[in-house]
Design a protein. Structure first.
Length: 390
């Protein structure tokens, strides 16, 4: 077993690090204050080819795997961009995997190159107010009328919808009441289409952190979607989005580790320099030991994440590992961010030291795209053989 990074992986990390130096923490502090989408960063990542990291080469991407995508996202997070930087490009990196895998050749040629090049922005329309994580209970309705579908319904926590040109939308083509017991995952259909704002009312949700990457509630009233924008077969959409869930968990784990490492670096630097009672506070074991523990936890999270990414790229079953990586990395990242504030003392509460922003943003991997509790239920049932609890 070789733990040495390959030359390719080292070069990816170095290139992304170099690009991120053009967007220092002052840039992200400004975006946190004004809430403006980080357009310059998004464009720079597109011009450098990183938005197409996991998109096949035939469609304008680099054709790399989740291991390489994780390196990109972790480098972005660790630069101090945190989840603001990562969320602005996340869907480009891996969100259109269902199109790459299940789309027609015409769809791939039409839909993937603009995303890889950063020429369009898209959002992911799945979650609904009354369904939450229970995706099989979605009720947004798509009714076929000739050569188009007409959609009515509501979505919530839809990132980047304020600036998006497109939407990857999951809607129900067979009503729940027409499905039998155990069939609720059927009858959902996936679309990738224009976000027609004359038919979709986008309402901004004011939130705790990551202000420059908006979150929204969508009210869909008569959105018309051409049949050619349907991905795969009608009624098989739930199966299609499941295909991208493990990579998404791996990338969230990588991002959480990146934020945690950024926080740990800030804390260790402050502890070395801050003098109280005539000695650096980092000389005190009460400061040293919690930070050392953070390092151990982040290193362990890194190994979990890398294992899950390797399993996925090699076609192995990785559900338990991807979920475990996301769970542990989110917790390790949170503890590192919390400790960074405590190490800074009162200055940890000041925005100019950045660590309070880290703490606000590290909450995202603990909540999304799946709760820590559902991850534990998954592992209890699928790994430990316990009965289903929900």
């Amino acid at each position: 077993m070789n733990f040495e990074p390959s030359d390719e992986h080292l070069s990816i990390r170095q290139a992304v690090d170099d690009l991120c130096t053009r967007f220092p923490e002052s840039y992200w502090l400004e975006r946190d204050a004004d809430g403006v989408f980080p357009e310059n960063f998004y464009r720079a990542m597109g011009e450098a080819g990183w938005l197409g990291t996991a998109i096949p080469e035939a469609y304008g991407g680099a054709g790399l795997g989740v291991q390489e995508a994780a390196i990109v996202m972790q480098a972005v997070a660790e630069s101090g961009a945190c989840l603001s930087g990562c969320s602005s490009i996340h869907i480009n990196i891996f969100g259109l995997l269902p199109v790459a895998v299940f789309g027609t050749e015409e769809q791939k040629q039409r839909m993937l190159p603009p995303i890889a090049q950063g020429k369009v922005k898209t959002c992911f329309g799945v979650t609904e107010p009354n369904a939450g994580l229970n995706t099989t209970q979605l009720k947004t309705r798509a009714v076929r009328q000739g050569d188009k579908y007409v959609v009515h319904g509501q979505k919530v926590w839809i990132s980047t919808a304020q600036v998006a040109d497109k939407i990857l939308l999951l809607a129900r083509t067979t009503p729940l009441e027409e499905l039998g017991p155990g069939q609720h995952s059927q009858g959902l259909t996936l679309f990738y289409t224009d976000l027609d704002r004359s038919r979709v009312d986008v309402k901004l949700i004011e939130k705790m952190g990551r202000k420059c990457v908006d979150s929204n509630e969508l009210f869909i009233d008569g959105l018309e979607i051409p049949v050619e924008d349907r991905i795969g077969e009608e009624g098989k959409g739930f199966k299609y989005i499941l295909h991208g869930m493990n990579p998404e968990r791996v990338l969230l784990a990588a991002e959480a580790i990146g934020v945690g490492r950024a926080a740990l670096d800030k804390a260790a630097g402050y502890a070395r320099e801050r003098t109280v009672f005539g000695r650096p506070i980092g000389q005190n074991q009460g400061i040293q030991h919690p930070l050392a523990k953070n390092w151990v936890e982040l290193e362990a999270a890194q190994l979990l994440m890398q294992q899950a990414a390797w399993l996925y790229d090699n076609g192995r079953e990785c559900g338990a590992q991807a979920n475990a990586a996301k769970y542990f990395a989110a917790e390790a990242g949170f503890r590192a961010c919390e400790r960074a504030i405590l190490t800074h003392g009162g200055m940890g509460y000041a925005k100019e030291f950045h660590v309070e922003r880290y703490l606000r943003e590290i909450m995202i991997p603990r909540i999304a795209p799946v709760s820590q509790e559902l991850i534990l239920s998954h592992i209890a049932e699928r790994v430990l053989g316990m009965p289903k609890s929900y």
